[in-house]
Design a protein around this ligand. Structure first.
Ligand SMILES: *[C@@H]1O[C@H](CO)[C@@H](O)[C@H](O)[C@H]1NC(C)=O
Ligand SMILES: *[C@@H]1O[C@H](CO)[C@@H](O)[C@H](O)[C@H]1NC(C)=O
Ligand SMILES: *[C@@H]1O[C@H](CO)[C@@H](O)[C@H](O)[C@H]1NC(C)=O
Ligand SMILES: *[C@@H]1O[C@H](CO)[C@@H](O)[C@H](O)[C@H]1NC(C)=O
Ligand SMILES: *[C@@H]1O[C@H](CO)[C@@H](O)[C@H](O)[C@H]1NC(C)=O
Length: 451
């Protein structure tokens, strides 16, 4: 019955037993414990995730025990827990060494998470020993801590940092990572630095020579990056990078022709909400997924043979882009743009297209034929996932705000009208041609084609 408490106490960063009072509850395999005066404990032994939520750990810090006896070690070694989460806590830095030592006795703990925690700076040098930590995934979200600068001796943690695979530090006002840490993180696959204060300059020092050499996934969304070109140059050496998220950075307009080449390995590239008006920057050559949504793009001419997914939602495009330059496209989002119609016949040449999101555009519902064709894409080809609720007429005035699906087609005259109109112009041209004999045959043909 006290097992859960025992473990929580250990986790309470080496607290003195009798002093640590807590309460735990178990849902699924997730055990949540909080500090409180209540003495009711449920056993959390079957849990694989332990979470300690809420409180100020400073009061316990003075009682840190560094030595565990054989029984305690046996207990820790038998635990099934694989993930530890610390939420809403005030954590004195001096408690960390003992906490890590406790964690090093649990054979299965591979993930450590700190959410909304404040680390209180200790007066002394921070002497953390890496012990034999098997933690390969470390996450900090909304934490505050004094800068480590020279207080932390990296060499003691080196063995551990060298095996770390995932590191997440999000929304924590971080401006840079010291180069001496970046270069030690040589097994890191995933680095998520979203929602911090990285700038071009500090990104450069963080990604110094030799840094993050195995990195595959890098997320930098919501930082203060400004120069697309500079970011490219800083990251160009990451030759295993497959996924790069630069969304929600406000890039300045830059030179269209760039000397920088992105890593050839990049497959997923996110430039959503980056203030782009033209996509005239160098793109990675082998990308399969490109997100350009929520920008101000009104012209786009992409030629990427391997591209499979293209997200263009929430831009200013009035035409769908050229199909022949994107032969492999499977998924296209072009909702919330300025399209008044869909080039339905052309779309059918996109042989691999499986999904086309094109709602919330100002559709012109004057033509029966056009509406029928869009309905056909939705019903026969099942291409439009947002059909019918997002397909709304902007014009003509009679049908404004109607769903395309609800326009009374029998009342539309567009086809006939168009034929008659075209017919009369063709007739006019032919008459001119016959009467004046001025228009040469090729010119007449091209006019006819234009019509
Ligand atoms: C946490 O506890 C310590 C010592 O008990 C105290 O000095 C500190 O002010 C507390 N912090 C907060 C935010 O309550
Ligand atoms: C963050 O943790 C503090 C206690 O350290 C708590 O008072 C606050 O409500 C938490 N904030 C959120 C958003 O959970
Ligand atoms: C690292 O993160 C990736 C992607 O979120 C996940 O699939 C993988 O299991 C994580 N690895 C570890 C060791 O936690
Ligand atoms: C790109 O980033 C935005 C958030 O900034 C996210 O909503 C979107 O899903 C991402 N796109 C892809 C393809 O992952
Ligand atoms: C809608 O299409 C019709 C027929 O093609 C055309 O005459 C009309 O000008 C268009 N309306 C708008 C607002 O583009």
């Amino acid at each position: 019955m006290y097992a859960a408490l025992t473990f929580v106490s250990f986790l309470l960063l080496g607290l003195n037993f009798p002093k640590a009072k807590g309460m735990c509850y178990l849902t699924e395999q997730h055990c949540v414990c909080s500090l409180s005066d209540m003495r009711t404990f449920f056993t959390c032994l079957p849990a694989t995730t332990y979470e300690l939520r809420g409180g100020n750990l400073s009061q316990f810090a003075g009682f840190s025990r560094t030595e565990l006896d054989a029984n305690e070690i046996a207990f820790l070694e038998a635990l099934l827990v694989s993930k530890l989460i610390f939420t809403d806590l005030i954590v004195p830095e001096v408690s960390l060494p003992v906490a890590l030592k406790v964690v090093s006795y649990t054979p299965l703990v591979s993930e450590l998470e700190f959410v909304n925690c404040t680390f209180l700076k200790s007066a002394d040098q921070l002497g953390i020993d890496g012990y034999d930590l098997k933690v390969s995934s470390l996450r900090f979200h909304k934490v505050t801590a004094a800068p480590l600068d020279d207080r932390l001796d990296i060499s003691s943690l080196q063995n551990w940092l060298e095996i770390l695979e995932n590191l997440t530090v999000t929304e924590s006002q971080v401006t840079s990572i010291p180069c001496k840490i970046s270069t030690v993180l040589r097994a890191l696959h995933l680095l998520d630095l979203s929602g911090n204060h990285f700038q071009d300059q500090t990104l450069e020092t963080s990604f110094c020579k030799g840094a993050f050499s195995q990195l595959q996934v890098l997320k930098l969304h919501g930082n203060n990056l400004r120069s697309y070109e500079t970011v490219c140059q800083i990251l160009a050496h990451l030759n295993r990078l497959t996924h790069l998220d630069l969304s929600q950075n406000d890039f300045l307009p830059g030179p269209p022709f760039s000397s920088c080449s992105w890593p050839q390995s990049l497959r997923v590239f996110n430039l959503s909400s980056t203030g782009l008006e033209h996509m005239d920057r160098a793109l990675p050559p082998n990308i399969e997924v490109l997100d350009l949504s929520a920008n101000r793009i009104f012209i786009l001419d992409l030629s990427i043979p391997g591209l499979k997914e293209l997200y263009l939602s929430n831009n200013r495009l009035s035409t769908i882009l050229s199909i022949k330059n994107l032969p492999g496209l499977e998924v296209l989002s072009i909702d919330q743009n300025q399209l008044s119609q869909l080039p339905t016949k052309d779309l059918l040449h996109w042989k691999h297209l499986k999904s086309l999101r094109a709602g919330l555009n100002p559709y012109n519902c004057s033509c029966k034929q056009t509406i029928r064709e869009i309905q056909g894409l939705a019903t026969h080809k099942a291409l439009l996932p947002d059909w019918p609720h997002d397909y709304i007429c902007r014009s003509p005035p009679d049908y404004q705000d109607y769903l395309l699906d609800e326009v009374p087609l029998s009342l539309l005259q567009c086809n006939k009208a168009a034929v008659v109109r075209q017919g009369s112009i063709v007739c006019l041209l032919m008459c001119l041609h016959l009467v004046l004999g001025l228009v040469s045959l090729p010119a007449y043909r091209s006019l006819f084609i234009v019509l």
